[in-house]
Design a protein around this ligand. Sequence first.
Ligand SMILES: *Cc1c(COP(=O)(O)O)cnc(C)c1O
Length: 460
Amino acid sequence: MGISNRKKKNHYRKFWRLGMEEYNTGVFDISPDGELLVHEGNYQYNIFDIVKKYGTSTEIVFPTIIEHRVRDLIETFNAYIKVLGYKGKFYYHYCMKVNQNKEFVLPVVAEGANLEVSSANELSLVKKMIEQDKFNAKMRILCNGPKTGKYISLIEELGGKGLVVIPIIEDATELARLNKFKGEVGIRVNLNIKIESHWDKKFNRFGFTEEELIKLGKIRGLSILHYHISSQIENMEGVLKPLKRAIELYGKLREKNPGLDTLDIGGGAGVPYEKKKHFYSAKNLIQGIVKTAKSYSDKLGIKHPNLITEWSRFVVAPAQITVYKILAEKNVENKGKNKWYAIDGSFMNDLIDTWAIHQKWHVAPVNHMNTRRLAKVWMVGSSRDCDDKYTAGGSYIPLPRFSDVEELYVAFFDTGAYQDSLASHHCLLSSPAKLIAQNGEIKIARKRETPEDVGKLFGW
Ligand SMILES: *Cc1c(COP(=O)(O)O)cnc(C)c1O
């Protein structure tokens, strides 16, 4: 490639925000023909070739990205613990509700993650994994969600098999039900603090208040104090402020509960979905957490707690892209030159947070990435629902002009968290096919649903 071509390629790569570690697009690139590439060591995937072969709508998962992110997360915590002379240990727990697909959970576990489940049904998947005899029986499982009789029996059954399964007590009824529980338990606090994120609600229904917890006195088997304040926290202060408050509470609870030795700070680490502004790095965040935990514990004269994080959006969101074909275009009425592009899938079904929480996505073309002729685009899904659209918060998405090209595919980035577990079938549309790209090969994890498959879900 000549110098000017290389310059041009760099220009386009930057324009589409690819090859940028700070935006989690380090492995993405552009081919000389303007097609989207993904690098995996010395392998590479041409996404345009893949979707031409397998069709759309399609999700493509990169387990190698998951593995790297888990490994990095654990190593970075351990490194700062060592460097800063922190006395507690670090445990990473992957929160299964963020994505329960096998091709997400297995790589996470393979890299040494423990798990956090939110229902008896999720815990039954853990049972399945253990029965396959391929898993370390030392894996630790935290159990959130309503502790029904069935759930508690399963917790006890797996605990009996040598696994460390720890119920997290969320209210007075659960506390009473678990007062004869034989193993360790955790307890969840609803911290009295406000932070910047979509989920910071005026009323929080999870856990005990701080005052209630202090009044409880001694709690049998208590080893973990847990809080989960939010997901996708927008700045580091939003993580560090609750941590300081929790350490104070931890110190108070230890007076009556000397077995309490672990602080579980839940989820919260965010992903730079928009790839526009500066977003905190995991490294700085982790350094801040270990520093804060150390200085606050020292100040209060308490033993450094072991630390748990359950950052799961952070680990899996960047490991999947969702690709659609553009079917048609229309003018947007009364909105300058903006165009509607129709996709062969649905925001309400496949990327439901677009509708539910006005999630913004990074979008780039899969082919014709090196064109200078761009349109200002809003997008509509294939369901006949007027909410099935994506308008990037009222601005626009730059994409190649549809009239200039024979066919056009677009990729939505960072779709690995929550979208699958919340997916639906409005208008009986088929869910996207799911492909796994690993070791230079493509495997089909989920075929595109046939009309019969979808009809069956509704009793036909
Ligand atoms: C949903 C949830 C998480 C995941 O949080 P993210 O910030 O989205 O990764 C972690 N812990 C608990 C208890 C949760 O309910």
